[in-house]
Design a protein around this ligand. Structure first.
Ligand code: ATP
Length: 235
């Protein structure tokens, strides 16, 4: 579904990605783990069109999206939940969710998807008339994920959904990510510093260090890998 081939992405003179290659099959949950500043967000933003790689290519569904705008990439079915959530604080939860579906004309299906996300996160249903800015950090993360789901993405890009959240909330959000993958068949690309949680729900993983992929394997194998355990799992 997605093939990233040898991309190099820069911020001015700073080279953030030094030849990243990875692939994602339809229906998978793939995680990209790595320390602060390794280049995880830059990888996501290169895929979603927020940043443009200086060289290399990104193919989605057989189409070269390397130089496409983020708007075009969203319309192809790739949706990103950015780090830090970025919900609309003045808008109500329902209005935030409507924004996620703004490219869609299939009203009946949008309504069904609204019911689906409210079922995933019942707290959002309870607070549907409340403004987004009044929600807790965990609830805002739930809203950000739900808003992305309202676009009915085929590939969902998640940037550190666990950031700054209590362990119980993280667990709940990760269970929902698994549920969406299984129930909707949504392919998921999950960037995480919380390698422990990410590897538990992923099928395969990539380890990023200083802008380069240094390891890739099945998630279960990465969890047993001594270097990964020492560096990222704290065991
Ligand atoms: P974190 O977990 O802290 O978000 P990350 O793995 O997502 O880290 P990136 O945010 O992709 O890492 O950053 C990769 C490198 O690019 C870092 O060295 C960072 O300082 C640099 N970088 C990121 N954004 C910019 C920017 N807008 N301008 C200049 N350098 C940047």
């Amino acid at each position: 579904m997605l093939k990233v081939d040898n991309i190099h992405t820069y911020y001015g003179n700073i080279q953030a990605l030094k030849g990243i290659s990875l692939d994602v099959e339809q229906g998978e949950i793939i995680t990209l783990i790595g320390a602060n500043g390794a280049g995880k967000s830059t990888t996501l933003m290169s895929i979603s069109g927020v940043e443009t790689p200086r060289s290399g290519s990104i193919i989605f569904d057989g189409q070269d999206i390397t130089h496409k705008s983020s708007h075009e990439i969203v319309s192809m079915g790739v949706c990103q939940v950015p780090e830090g959530r970025h919900i609309f604080p003045q808008l109500t939860i329902t209005e935030n969710l409507d924004m996620g579906a703004y490219l869609r004309n299939d009203k009946d299906e949008v309504k069904k998807d609204l019911e689906y996300v409210m079922d995933l996160f019942p707290i959002l249903a309870k607070r549907r008339h409340q403004s987004g800015g009044t929600l807790s950090g965990g609830e805002q993360q739930m809203l950000a994920i739900s808003r992305a789901l309202m676009a009915r993405p085929r590939l969902l890009l998640l940037d550190e959904p666990s950031l700054g959240l209590a362990p119980l909330i993280v667990q709940q959000i990760f269970e929902i990510i698994t549920r969406v993958n299984q129930e909707q068949g949504t392919t998921i690309f999950l960037v995480e510093q919380n390698a422990n949680m990410a590897l538990k729900i992923a099928h395969r993983g990539y380890v990023l260090q200083n802008g380069m992929i240094v390891k890739t394997d099945k998630a279960s194998a990465l969890m047993e890998d001594q270097e990964v355990r020492d560096a990222y799992l704290g065991v």
